[in-house]
Design a protein around this ligand. Structure first.
Ligand code: ADP
Length: 435
């Protein structure tokens, strides 16, 4: 009995122990599974972090590589026209008695300078696109007029090569459109310019435009530019939109035109396609949607140059050549010019001047001793009676949009980019002179 009594509790105890062990084991198993899950989660997190880090490293490497390529390509492309300018100048100097030869050299210097400028403008356009700074404007424009304009612009090149440009305007029920006329013009001129450039003498370039479809207030325009030129290799077609890509080496080109064109088309919500046959020619097709408008399009009237004679300008420029060119441009219009070669000298001249002795300041930015921004700040904070009113216009090679912002912050009224376009300079001066 006692045995029985003893056995029963021990059996119960065993069950109890086993229960506890099972419970312990299952909780251990639970903890184990939970930990494994946690470890798995941690590993996954680490993996994603590593992948993200790797992506970042790859991105930085790619950016570095792109910068290196960009610098080597641009430095080559910039050196070529500079080489031309220097070489031609040397030839001209040696042949001063031969007017024809000097004129020929000057023409080539002018061509190289224009090419250099367009290269720099293209690089700036690329920079603006890549940093997302291009904003599309919405202005009313007439598509037929724009087409006519583009053909006139490339007309000069085509006459030289005896190339016929054919304009075919198809179904255009809504000629007045709303959109970014400037960028559309650039797209068409880039494609038309190439078509002329890569078509041998006596060839043909055809520009066809028509409204492909219309829904509500939106019209989809289709532009087809076809040439009878040298054509493009299939392998090159795949990279034609990459910056600096060139298949046919051409001194006049930069290899940026097509990259910019594609970016503009994308920005405008359009498409671009190319079909080409080597030795036969190419067909570029662009479609872009525009809003239909009935707004009246104001035509810019050509007005005669405003009379600025008698104006008194303080011209601040450290570069002798630029100083001479701008001074000449101003004095031949009857403007009185005082010059300063750095910001400190300019600020001193202004602060010492009597009211009315200086009407406006044209200020370079990068200068020794004191730069233009600092000079503008010191003029604005001076006790001169005109300290806050005197117009200060930046005239600088700093062409990025942040630069214009900096000039504004320093208290300047306008920001002109070098090389200075005479018309733009005169227009800006008149704006303040007649204000
Ligand atoms: P580029 O300033 O060199 O013309 P683009 O970006 O405008 O640069 O064009 C890139 C390259 O594409 C050209 O150098 C040329 O090799 C090729 N290309 C562009 N358009 C044409 C065309 N209509 N016919 C033949 N080749 C072309």
């Amino acid at each position: 009995m006692s045995k029985k009594l003893k056995r029963t509790p021990s059996k119960q105890g065993n069950y109890f122990c086993m229960g506890i062990i099972i419970l312990l084991l299952s909780s251990l198993l639970g903890i184990f599974i939970f930990q494994i899950k946690n470890i798995k989660k941690l590993l996954k997190k680490k993996e994603t972090r590593n992948a993200a880090l790797l992506k970042e490293v790859q991105k930085v490497n790619m950016a570095n590589e792109a910068t290196r390529n960009f610098l080597s390509l641009t430095s080559h492309d910039i050196r070529t026209p500079i080489n031309g300018i220097m070489g031609m100048t040397e030839i001209a100097v040696k042949n001063l008695n031969n007017t024809d030869k000097v004129l020929g050299c000057l023409k080539k210097i002018n061509d190289s300078s224009n090419h250099l400028l367009s290269l720099i403008n293209n690089i700036l356009d690329m920079e603006k696109i890549e940093s997302g700074k291009i904003t599309l404007k919405q202005n009313p424009f007439d598509i037929e007029e724009l087409i006519h304009n583009c053909i006139t612009i490339v007309g000069g090149q085509s006459i030289q090569k005896n190339i016929t440009i054919i304009k075919k305007t198809g179904y255009l029920p809504h000629p007045r459109l709303m959109g970014d006329e400037l960028h559309l013009r650039q797209i068409l001129i880039n494609i038309l310019g190439n078509a002329v450039k890569f078509t041998p003498e006596h060839g043909t370039v055809t520009l066809k435009v028509y409204e492909e479809n219309c829904s509500g207030r939106k019209a989809l325009l289709r532009f087809e530019i076809e040439d009878t030129g040298i054509g493009i290799r299939k392998e090159f077609l795949e990279k034609i939109f990459e910056p600096f890509a060139q298949d046919v080496h051409n001194q006049e080109g930069t290899g940026l035109g097509m990259a910019i064109t594609k970016q503009f088309v994308d920005l405008m919500g359009g498409t671009i396609q190319i079909k080409s046959k080597l030795g036969k020619g190419s067909l570029f097709t662009v479609t872009i949607p525009f809003e239909i408008t009935h707004a009246v399009i104001e035509k810019a009237e050509k007005i005669s140059e405003p009379d600025l004679s008698g104006m008194k300008i303080l011209l601040v420029e450290d570069n002798d050549l630029n100083l001479e060119i701008t001074q000449e441009l101003l004095t031949e219009r009857g403007i009185f010019v005082t010059t300063a070669k750095n910001g400190k000298e300019a600020a001193d001249i202004f602060i010492r001047s009597k009211e009315g002795e200086i009407d406006l300041i044209l200020m370079d930015i990068i200068m020794p001793i004191m730069d233009g921004l600092e000079a503008a700040r010191s003029i604005r904070s001076s006790n001169h009676p005109m300290a806050s009113k005197i117009p200060i216009i930046a005239m600088t090679g700093n062409a990025f949009s942040e630069d214009a912002e900096k000039s504004k912050k320093a208290g300047m009224n306008a920001h002109l980019i070098k090389p200075i376009e005479t018309e733009k300079l005169i227009e800006t001066l008149a704006q303040f002179w007649f204000a």
